[in-house]
Design a protein around this ligand. Structure first.
Ligand code: GTP
Length: 597
């Protein structure tokens, strides 16, 4: 295809501003999918995405559009995830296209992820077309939002296109703007093959499917190719494009986006950002590549029923095939038995994986408190990475502890600003900036990631009634006064409840956890002390009183079927408990004990 007839673009937006709905309309209007096959949110393939309305992996679709100039153009849309955990995936798919549609909900205006994502597009030198969505709603204020885009983002919004992705209003203008306002890709058809590995996923029938963007040269089915970073060589079995269903094509030339399969066994064999070239006639220089996405949040996943351990292992292996940013290693806990310590890109990623394990593989799980990676500077000069507070060595061997910090950007309506500042302050945040855009404040904080991984986002939503938006990036490590706090139930430490905490906040956190556990652990026939301790020193204590009389006595006598039913209920309830010493701890306690409210 002639390069001048190709346009490659992505859509950047804050969550819920209508990115997927717009993509659906573009696909529908160009007849890419027959009307009868059209289902909402066609690009969100996974069930869980559909249910939660979030896009997790980047997706792509090729659209043919007959423009007003009489020519037919090929439009390649790479759909990028909108959530903060996947910022890295946004950045890499941006490298594969030349332009972006910036979608802003005209009833909401610019939000934190609008900013984060649009800056990635600007960094990738994109041409950007602002699009104001949802103008069918009476609350839409396109003029105010245009002004805000100029003030806050600093791009020209004079020619922003006003649309309703829901009713279809303005969609033809978007298609024309893609052709007239976004640049065509550049590339040399006669040069040696140079293609970017944009993404990959595992398909049970095809093996690994690799999404590529050709820069120079031409790739054909049957070609032998080399991945320049990993050194692997493969023969291409299948070459094609997504429309959005897979469609085979004989070749892909410069500027084109498509997929290949080549009997690649696992996603880990494909490095995102790698350069694909011909085995024989190689290109001179590889693309700069990307840094691999590193897990930043860790937690333990244990089966509720210890008999499910093997199933959990299989399920985790299968998920890891398709998700190179998810890591796992076996872990044993005195309290919870055999399980896995897993690493995630962020909290949403954690939730998505946990949900998939529970739903797709039907395994009930106990999740331990999320933790970050601490750097322990030992007295002997060694630096140790701590992924699990339970593994914390003797404090006297440690010189100092460093923790990861983030730069958080929060946009919030004026009236909630005070609450947001209090929340950030309570989480040991340091304010870096505070500016206004109309009636919204934009505040930037330096915060310990540890204080954010738990329920920060939930708290932020609740103190602002859902009106705040939030985005963050890692900024590095800093030393602080951090200690390990243990929880003792009935005099014994429960390893799965250990956390790292700032010394000044330890007492408060310890007290809160003991109080929570007192509510969460049911009464037993004996009295149960619950203590929080640092080193050997107890800093907080609660006691669960003993049961006075045998309530189960009520079950005896009377109707036999009723008795059986009650016993079954008890058994089902028991499965959700963990025997710990003489005490039974409900699975929910492991995560709920940490909630701060
Ligand atoms: P993520 O996939 O989670 O990033 O969200 P998104 O940006 O793709 O948003 P999505 O397309 O799922 O739209 C969010 C909600 O807004 C859905 O309930 C849509 O039906 C609704 N919506 C999208 N466009 C319009 C519009 O033009 N008008 C109105 N009234 N509602 C819209």
């Amino acid at each position: 295809t002639d390069l001048s007839r190709i346009r490659n673009f992505s859509i950047v937006a804050h969550i819920d501003h209508g990115k997927s709905t717009l993509a659906d309309r573009l696909i529908q209007l160009t007849g890419t999918v027959a009307e009868r096959d059209m289902q909402e949110q066609i690009l969100d393939a996974m069930d869980i995405e559909r249910e939660r309305g979030i896009t997790i992996k980047a997706n792509t679709v090729r659209i043919e559009y007959p423009a007003q100039d009489g020519e037919t153009y090929i439009l390649n849309l790479i759909d990028t995830p909108g959530h903060v955990d996947f910022a890295y995936e946004v950045s890499r798919s941006m490298q594969a296209v030349e332009g972006s549609l910036l979608v802003v909900d005209a009833t909401q205006g610019v939000e934190a992820q609008t900013l984060a994502n649009v800056y990635q597009a600007i960094d990738a030198d994109h041409e950007i077309v602002p699009v104001l969505n949802k103008i069918d709603l009476p609350a839409a204020e396109p003029d105010r939002v245009k002004e805000q885009i100029e003030d806050v983002i600093g791009i020209d919004a004079q020619d922003a296109i006003e649309i309703s992705a829901k009713t279809g209003l303005g969609i033809p203008d978007v298609l024309e703007a893609i052709v007239t306002r976004l640049p065509a890709p550049k590339g040399d058809r006669d040069a040696p093959l140079k293609a970017m590995l944009v993404d990959s996923y595992y398909d049970p029938y095809l093996g690994v499917v690799v999404l590529i963007r050709v820069i120079d040269g031409v790739v054909k089915k049957g070609d032998r190719v080399r991945m320049m970073k990993t050194g692997g060589t493969y023969q291409i079995d299948k070459l094609g494009v997504f429309r959005p269903k897979m469609q085979d094509i004989p070749e892909l030339g410069p500027g084109e986006i498509g997929f290949l399969t080549a009997s690649i066994k696992q996603v880990r064999d494909t490095r995102v950002g790698d350069t694909i070239t011909h085995e024989k006639k190689q290109c001179q220089t590889a693309l700069p590549g990307f840094k691999p996405s590193q897990p930043v949040v860790f937690c333990g996943l244990f089966p509720v029923d210890t008999n499910d351990f093997e199933d959990l292992r299989d399920a985790i292996e299968k998920l890891a095939l398709n998700d190179a940013s998810f890591s796992s290693e076996m872990e044993t806990s005195a309290a919870l038995g055999f399980g896995f310590r897993c690493g995630f890109l962020g909290l949403l990623h954690l939730e998505v994986i946990r949900d998939r394990l529970e739903r797709e593989y039907d395994i009930d799980l106990i999740t331990t408190a999320p933790s970050v990676i601490y750097h322990l500077h030992m007295k002997d000069g060694e630096v140790v990475e701590l992924h699990n507070p339970a593994d914390m060595p003797d404090q006297t061997l440690i010189d100092h502890v460093e923790e990861p910090r983030i730069k958080a950007t929060i946009l919030v309506p004026d009236e909630y600003l005070g609450d947001v500042l209090t929340l950030c302050h309570d989480r040991r945040g340091e304010q870096l900036d505070l500016t206004y855009a109309g009636t919204r404040a934009m505040v930037v904080y330096d915060l310990p990631l540890n204080e954010v991984v738990f329920d920060f986002y939930d708290r932020l939503k609740s103190v602002t009634k859902g009106y705040a938006s939030f985005d963050y990036q890692m900024i590095g490590y800093r030393a602080d006064n951090l200690v390990k706090m243990q929880i003792l139930v009935n005099e014994e430490p429960v390893d799965a409840l250990s956390i790292m905490v700032h010394r000044d906040r330890a007492e408060m956190r310890g007290r809160a956890m003991c109080e929570k556990l007192k509510e969460l652990i049911p009464r037993h026939m004996f009295k149960i002390p619950i203590q929080a301790a640092i080193g050997g020193r107890v800093i907080a204590r609660e006691t669960i009183a003993a049961l006075r009389k045998d309530v189960t006595a009520k079950c005896y006598g009377g109707d036999a079927t009723r008795k059986k039913k009650l016993l079954e209920k008890q058994k089902a309830g028991k499965k959700k408990m963990r025997q710990f010493g003489k005490v039974e701890i409900p699975q929910s306690a492991f995560i709920n004990a940490l909630k701060m409210d």
